[in-house]
Design a protein around this ligand. Structure first.
Ligand code: FPP
Length: 248
C-alpha cells in the first residue's frame, strides 16, 4: 500500500488538483463507541485529523479547505456533547492560531456565529484577525451552519433589495444570489468528501455543490488523515468532469 508521500508524488503527475475540497467529518461518535470511550473523546481524536488534513491540503496545493465542524442541527445534541464540541473548537483555535498563521492558513468561520458562547466567539474572532493576511490555504470552518438557512438569508437579502428599489426581480441571477452566500469569495467545491460511509449531504453547501465530485469513504473521521485525503484527490483526478456537456 503506498504511503502518503508516494500518493502525493502520484497526485503531482496525475492532473489538476481540486482547488476547493469540502469535507463532512463524520463518525467521531462511532469511533469512540467502538473503543468503549465517551463520544467527546471521539471528537478530540477528530481534531487531530483536522490538523493532518490541513497540512495535507497545503502540501498538495489545495487552495480552499471547507470543514463541516458543527451543524445547526448539532445544537440539539445533549448539552454535555455540545459543550465538549465548543470547548474543542476554542482549544483548536487558541492552540493552533500561531501554527496556522506560520503555515499561511487564512481561517474563516461560516455559519450563525451569533449563537456561539462569548468565549468561543472571542477565540474565533482572534484567529480570524490573526490569520487574515495569510494566503497559502483558505480554511473555512462551518460552525452552527445549515445550508437551507444560508439560502434563506440570501433570499431575504435579495427580497429586501427589491423592496427598497435597489434591485429589480430580473436582476436576480446566479451571481446576485451567490454574492449573498457565506461562500461568496471562494470557488464552489470541486471535491466533497464524506467519511464514515454515510451517503447523504446533511444540509451542507446545497447550492454550491451543483457540479462537485463526491467521494464517500467508510473510514471514520478520527482515522482519516493525509493518506486518505490523497486517495480521495487521486480518485478525483480520474473523474471526467463534464458540467452537463458532452466529452470534447
Ligand atoms: C460528526 O461525528 C462530527 C461532528 C459533529 C463534529 C466534528 C468535530 C470535530 C472533527 C472536532 C473539532 C473540530 C474542529 C474544527 C476543531 P458524529 O458525532 O456525528 O459521529 P457518529 O455519526 O459516529 O455519531
Amino acid at each position: 500500500m503506498p504511503d502518503a508521500a508516494e500518493l502525493l508524488s502520484q497526485i503531482r503527475i496525475s492532473g489538476a488538483i481540486p482547488r476547493h475540497v469540502a469535507i463532512i467529518m463524520d463518525g467521531n461518535g462511532r469511533w469512540a463507541r467502538d473503543r468503549m470511550l465517551p463520544r467527546p473523546l471521539g471528537h478530540r481524536h477528530g481534531m487531530k485529523s483536522v490538523r493532518a488534513v490541513v497540512e495535507g491540503a497545503i502540501e498538495a496545493g489545495v487552495e480552499v479547505l471547507s470543514l463541516f465542524a458543527f451543524s445547526k442541527e448539532n445544537w440539539q445534541r445533549p448539552a454535555l456533547e455540545v459543550s465538549a464540541l465548543m470547548s474543542l473548537l476554542e482549544e483548536f483555535v487558541q492552540g493552533e492560531a500561531d501554527e496556522l498563521e506560520r503555515q499561511g492558513v487564512h481561517v474563516r468561520f461560516l455559519g450563525e456565529l451569533e449563537r456561539l458562547a462569548p468565549a468561543a466567539s472571542a477565540a474565533v474572532d482572534r484567529v480570524v484577525r490573526q490569520t487574515a493576511h495569510c494566503a497559502t490555504l483558505r480554511l473555512n470552518l462551518f460552525v452552527s451552519y445549515g445550508s437551507r438557512a444560508e439560502i434563506l438569508l440570501a433570499i431575504r437579502s435579495l427580497a429586501s433589495d427589491v423592496a427598497a428599489g435597489r434591485l429589480t426581480p430580473e436582476q436576480i441571477d446566479e451571481s446576485a444570489f451567490t454574492e449573498r452566500l457565506y461562500t461568496s469569495d471562494v470557488p464552489d467545491p470541486d471535491l466533497l468528501i464524506r467519511t464514515s460511509g454515510e451517503q447523504r449531504i446533511s444540509n451542507f453547501l446545497l447550492w454550491q455543490i451543483a457540479y462537485t465530485e463526491f467521494s464517500i469513504t467508510p473510514v471514520l473521521w478520527p482515522d482519516f488523515g493525509r493518506k486518505e485525503l490523497y486517495e480521495a484527490i487521486l480518485d478525483y483526478q480520474q473523474r471526467d468532469r463534464r458540467f452537463g456537456r458532452v466529452p470534447a
